[in-house]
Ligand binder design. Sequence first.
Ligand code: ATP
Length: 228
Amino acid sequence: MAPVVRARDLKVGYGRTSVCAPVSFTLGAGRAVALVGANGSGKSTVLKTVLGLLDPLAGSVEVLGRPVDERDVTFRREVSSVLDDDAYFPALTVSEHLYLTARGHGVLGAQDEVVTLLEEFGLADHARATPVSLSSGQRRRLLLAAGFARPRSLLVLDEPEQRLDQRMRARLADRLRAEREAGGAVLIATHDPDLVTAVCTQAVHVSDDASRVLSPAEAADRIARVAL
Ligand SMILES: Nc1ncnc2c1ncn2[C@@H]1O[C@H](COP(=O)(O)OP(=O)(O)OP(=O)(O)O)[C@@H](O)[C@H]1O
């Protein structure tokens, strides 16, 4: 069976300019890979390329055995992503956002799923609020909850720890570990060493010189040293 993601000598960037050394990694079902590296090293650019929002400059990336095409129905059905963008419908409430996402992807019992997600992401008291009246951390929780509101084989998150308090970070780590243990594949870019060790089975260090595959412990150690 094809891995969920396979990147081979994948060169990413904007126009003709690459932003980091080519990356290679394989992500299977039930596994989680973290992209780690300094600010501006190219992690988000790799994620956008895996999601088909940017074309590879060289090398290849396949999702579920097929070249990435974000317009492809199968791709859109199987891949859930939360990038660092405030993508909201301003007139919809928190609850409506989640319901629309779930129903739009054919979730049976969408209403119950919404109630569960509101609880899990600490949004129950804000179910009827619109995004503009939420704090930035609450908006972030909403985006993340929407990522979990729909079926998926692959979950791609760009720095999911951003703007979350410690309690929510720990809860997110539990949720992501459960995702993996249930057979899902998780690809994240992160600066959070605890998230790497709690969730990931492998890490890829993204940088100007050769990108390297690291164990979660090595990656967490590298993040901690950069932070000192
Ligand atoms: N739309 C764009 N056009 C041109 N260059 C860009 C664009 N977006 C990002 N870059 C550049 O690409 C490089 C990699 O950026 P990227 O956002 O992938 O880094 P990152 O590792 O995710 O950083 P961070 O940890 O700060 O989020 C940076 O030098 C950045 O300035």
